[in-house]
Design a protein around this ligand. Structure first.
Ligand SMILES: Cc1cc2nc3c(=O)[nH]c(=O)nc-3n(C[C@H](O)[C@H](O)[C@H](O)COP(=O)(O)OP(=O)(O)OC[C@H]3O[C@@H](n4cnc5c(N)ncnc54)[C@H](O)[C@@H]3O)c2cc1C
Length: 133
């Protein structure tokens, strides 16, 4: 019974563990707990996977790689030929968008749903609201 949406929800579920925040750590933890045979509910206010794939590790590496390539290309002059290097941020931002799946967590969320970890994404900056019985 995977559930996503922006509305506040009432959930009737008996679970062993509720994971608040399904970022990198929450994802790993939920998979380990499932492996151990426990019932798990993950509550994620934003994107399943957390900051690493969407705002931190992956996008930053795309940007670092782009900067390195630009710098390396500049070294060509005087070493092995001639190159005109014209930076184009749009190409970098397009790759960031591609790498993050346009900040779409449905693959990760679907995986968790398959594994019967709930994604309950709702609420606002104040955080999600839920009632468990
Ligand atoms: C620019 C940058 C680059 C980085 N590069 C690397 C790298 O190359 N390698 C590396 O190992 N690490 C890197 N990191 C660190 C890495 O991103 C973090 O260590 C990792 O994301 C932490 O995972 P987490 O699960 O603890 O937290 P998060 O990923 O922040 O996950 C926490 C989750 O909890 C949710 N949440 C918070 N409050 C609530 C609430 N009240 N209710 C419901 N959900 C809630 C959030 O929405 C979020 O999804 C980088 C960080 C930055 C900023």
């Amino acid at each position: 019974m995977g559930t996503t949406g922006k509305e506040n929800l009432k959930v009737n579920a008996t679970v062993d563990v509720i994971i608040l925040g399904v970022g990198s750590c929450g994802e790993d933890l939920s998979l380990q707990l499932l492996d151990a045979g426990l019932n798990v509910v993950g509550i994620e206010a934003s994107l399943v996977g957390g900051e690493c794939p969407y705002y931190a590790c992956l996008p930053s590496k795309v940007m670092v790689r782009a900067a390195n390539v630009l710098k390396e290309a500049e070294r060509l002059n005087g070493m092995a030929g001639h190159a005109e290097v014209i930076p184009d941020w749009k190409q970098v931002s397009d790759r960031v968008r591609e790498t993050t799946g346009n900040w779409d967590d449905s693959v990760a969320a679907d995986l968790h749903e398959l594994l019967e970890v709930e994604k309950l994404a709702f609420g606002d900056e104040e955080g999600p609201e839920a009632e468990f019985n």
